[in-house]
Write a protein that binds this ligand. Structure first.
Ligand code: FES
Length: 154
């Protein structure tokens, strides 16, 4: 029978995260704990699901701030329900669709000029003559369009 409340070590072990990461997530409001009489943290088992969602969201490029903003819409008094998770999926839908489109563009465009400034491929003279795409910013401009380069994709 599963315990209702988990220690921070149990959460870390089950999630595969370091204890320090759990504390960090808690400090950002992504997780919440209660305290024992001895001031030790206790987490509801639902914290594991929140962590799983945080990890999945980070893998597709969402920042912890964006995840925290979305989690803030969850009811504070109970674990998120299936409906809450569905709502979250809808909220992130456009962002995930954009990410999928970007990944498809990378997959399909790797053998072509990516507008990175190297001018090393035969098509560069056509798609990026004289590195004109440098005027749009740093990095591979055909993969990361204007204002959507690495670290700027918000
Ligand atoms: S591939 Fe680098 S500029 Fe064309």
């Amino acid at each position: 029978m599963a315990q209702d409340l988990l220690t921070i070590g149990e959460v870390a072990h089950r999630s595969g995260l370091a204890v320090s990461a759990i504390r960090h997530y808690e400090s950002l409001g992504l997780l919440a704990s209660t305290r024992t009489g001895g001031n030790q943290r206790r987490f509801a088992r639902s914290a594991l699901r929140r962590i799983a969602v945080v990890q999945a969201a980070q893998r597709v490029g969402l920042s912890l701030a964006e995840i925290g903003e979305a989690f803030a819409a969850f009811p504070p008094d109970h674990a998120p329900t299936k409906r809450d998770w569905v709502r979250l999926g809808r909220r992130w839908g456009p962002r995930l669709d954009a990410r999928i489109a970007q990944l498809e563009q990378v997959r399909d465009g790797l053998a072509l000029c990516v507008g990175c400034g190297c001018l090393s491929m035969r098509q560069c003279a056509i798609y990026n003559p004289g590195d004109v795409l440098a005027g749009e910013g740093a990095g591979p401009r055909r993969i990361f369009p204007r204002d959507a380069g690495p670290g700027r994709e918000r």
